[in-house]
Design a protein. Structure first.
Lengths: 350, 356
């Protein structure tokens, strides 16, 4: 059947007006459908940036904001503002720049300071007396001490506390690559008058090993009030015996039993007095004259001492003998060059 | 007319079905929903996108530097951002196996060296084992225990042993039974339990032979001091102090240096006197006073030489000015002006010589 003028369907469509109405409505529908929202060209739609922080199980990635500092990030994510160095060292940066991405590890990544070429060591410096004008073997001039602390500050060394050192020695915590410990022996007044203000200025922790009989408050020795003041302001106090007698040497007039009892008294009394005055337990000892022996070490272990220091020059790796730790005395005659020689912070494999 | 009408209808008959069909197609296409694949892409700009190439690079650099643990960690960072990154997954697996194998190799070699008593080499290998596997408790135990000389001797308690008999056997001194009681778990009991292993400290029976305490030497040092042989007295007394604390020896040292310093002071050798007083304890006699006096005198002398140097400088006698300022600095190393002027004068003299 052809669709031509003779066909009845043709007549139905074209002879009537229906065809025009149909065509007009189809045309309108087409126009309307064309007017509906069209597909847009493929221009990417940029949504607002994601959060500035991504938190994973063992690290956090942060985009640095203008107000951020290493200390503020450490306070936020590591709960310790003094751990800014930890962020700086992993990201190999000295300071933060806004917009920079930093990775903050939530646990130590290099316990023991090990590397393919060697291992970290920690120098422990030992001072005794200070003076404004005079220097001798045991006395360091104020100006020299200031220069030494300034040298540490300007050359990227970080002074850590004894507790931090023992976190490292226990292979539990990581410490800054260039860590140094400062200790002062005995309890001379110049520690408070000269060393303490300088340490405070640099915000350096230090440990004072006191022999308790010296704390008399005379013109040249510390008083307990001064000891307490320093202790309250970041200077740790530890044991240097009661009378500063050598724990190793038995006196000629003593029997072995008397000598052993004397060693016990030296330790008992000093820890008792420190506990009474500062309400703190004592965990570390500096041997008077640096002298020790197998017997003394075993007594210390039995009495719960965690470690003890000699005055044998050297620096300490994490696997060092913690009852014979090295400590380098800083003499009054030291130049900065001499001082520097005692700051070895890395030992290479042979 | 009829012919015209027929012609018109022919045109309509040819074109209209096509037109209707086309319009229908257009209509249906317009109404049809867009295919899902043609959805408009929405790009979320990842602010961390830069970090991935950095840590990929760092991982490769660390591997090249043999720092496998760091390389593994860098890949771990990449994987944390892109959990579907197959390269990161594969690298972590490969490097972890390699690090584990290295740790095993070094630990085994370390043990071998330890048996051969080549401690330094053993230590280095144990450290490497621990470097590749920080959780290697065995390597850590060896490092923290096996390289130190023992502080104690083990003693296996036998039936019938008492503190007294153990002290006699171990220390050859029954009087040391209190030591056995102190270090054994038996406390004050006289006999430790059979089978118990006691770890008793090694006790040197006498001070080491190398370091006999020179009892008579202090008298000798004192005699030398009385004879005004100060240098010899110092040398002997310092030897005594090296063996252990001795207040008598310390006194000889202080007194001898003090005497030498006084002699230098009265002879006008002030720099030498200053140095010698520096060797004396500052609270010894009038040491502090003398040091202050000498320091003042040295400052005055230094100023005198400095001014003399200035005169020479103004007279264009550079060599003489330099010499004066060198003396100034010898007398007072902290004379800042002399130091600065000396530097300038030396540069000027060098330039002048160069011009000639």
């Amino acid at each position: 059947m052809r669709f031509h003028p003779g066909n009845p369907f043709f007549n139905f469509f074209f002879r009537g007006r229906c065809i025009w109405a149909l065509l007009a409505s189809l045309f309108c529908l087409t126009l309307v459908s064309c007017a509906l929202p069209q597909k847009k060209t493929a221009v990417p739609v940029v949504k607002p940036p994601a959060s500035n922080t991504r938190i994973f199980d063992d690290f956090v990635a942060v985009i640095v904001q203008p107000k951020d500092t290493l200390a503020s990030l450490a306070a936020t994510y590591l709960h310790d503002p003094s751990k800014g160095w930890f962020i700086a060292e992993f990201n190999e940066i000295a300071a933060l720049k806004p917009g920079q991405v930093v990775i903050i590890l939530l646990k130590p990544y290099n316990r023991g300071g090990l590397s393919p070429s060697g291992y970290q060591t920690v120098p422990v410096l030992c001072y005794h007396k200070f003076s404004k004008t005079i220097s001798d073997r045991m006395t360091v001039r104020e100006k020299d001490f200031e220069k030494q602390m300034c040298f540490l500050h300007e050359n990227g060394y970080r002074v850590i506390s004894l507790d931090q050192l023992f976190g490292f020695l226990d292979f539990k915590d990581q410490i800054p690559n260039k860590s140094v410990v400062i200790t002062i022996d005995d309890g001379w007044r110049s520690t408070y008058d000269i060393a303490y203000p300088i340490l405070k200025r640099y915000n350096y922790p230090a440990t004072l090993f006191v022999y308790t009989n010296l704390i008399t408050g005379s013109s040249i020795t510390l008083s307990w009030d001064l000891v307490k003041r320093m202790y309250a302001n970041g200077i740790d106090m530890q044991c240097h015996t009661k009378t500063h007698r050598s724990l190793h040497w038995k006196r000629e007039e003593e029997s072995f039993r008397q000598y052993f009892d004397a060693v016990q008294t030296e330790l008992n009394e000093s820890t008792r007095v420190l506990k009474k005055q500062l309400n703190k337990g004592v965990r570390y000892l500096a041997y008077p004259y640096g002298d020790t022996s197998h017997l003394v070490i075993e007594v210390l272990k039995k009495r719960g001492f965690r470690a003890a220091f000699t005055v044998k020059r050297g620096t300490n790796p994490f696997f060092g003998n913690r009852y014979r730790l090295f400590r380098s005395m800083v003499y009054g005659s030291y130049t900065l060059k001499d001082f520097k020689r005692n700051l070895k912070v890395f030992a290479s494999f042979k | 007319m009829r012919q015209d009408a027929t012609n018109n209808h022919w045109w309509v008959a040819r074109v209209c079905p096509g037109l209707v069909f086309l319009l229908g197609i257009l209509f249906f296409q317009a109404c049809a929903p867009p295919p899902p694949s043609r959805e408009i892409p929405v790009v979320r700009k990842d602010p961390f996108h830069n970090i991935l190439p950095i840590y990929r690079l760092k991982a490769r650099q660390s591997e090249n530097a043999q720092d496998l643990p760091m390389a593994i960690f860098c890949w771990h960072i990449v994987e944390s951002f892109r959990p579907d990154d197959s390269e990161a997954k594969a690298e972590i697996q490969r490097l972890s196996s390699r690090a584990w194998a290295e740790a095993q190799k070094h630990y085994a070699r370390g043990l071998k060296y330890l048996q051969e008593k080549r401690n330094r080499k053993a230590q280095d290998d144990m450290l490497m084992a621990l470097f590749y596997n920080r959780d290697d408790r065995n390597a850590l135990d060896v490092l923290q225990k096996d390289f130190f000389p023992p502080e104690t001797k083990p003693y296996h308690v036998k039936k019938g042993d008492t503190n007294l008999s153990i002290a006699s056997k171990l220390y050859h001194d029954p009087k040391k039974e209190f030591l056995v009681a102190y270090f054994s778990d038996s406390g004050n009991s006289n006999s430790p339990a059979p089978g118990e292993i006691l770890r008793l400290p090694i006790v040197e029976s006498a001070p080491p032979a190398k370091k006999p305490r020179p009892v008579t030497s202090i008298q000798k040092a004192q005699t030398l001091f009385k004879k005004k042989k100060y240098r010899e007295a110092i040398s002997l007394a310092e030897n005594i102090v090296a063996y252990g604390p001795s207040s008598a020896a310390r006194k000889v040292i202080n007194a001898s240096y003090y005497a030498l310093a006084m002699d230098a002071f009265h002879s006008g050798r002030l720099p030498e006197a200053m140095k010698l007083f520096g060797m004396v304890n500052s609270d010894y006699e009038k040491t502090s006073d003398y040091i202050r006096r000498i320091a003042n005198q040295l400052r005055v002398r230094a100023d005198y030489h400095y001014k003399k140097g200035v005169h020479y400088f103004l007279d264009e006698k550079l060599a003489k000015a330099i010499s004066e300022w060198e003396i100034t600095l010898r007398l007072n190393p902290e004379h800042a002006k002399a130091r600065a002027d000396l530097k300038k004068a030396r540069t000027m003299l060098k330039n002048l010589n160069g011009m000639q």
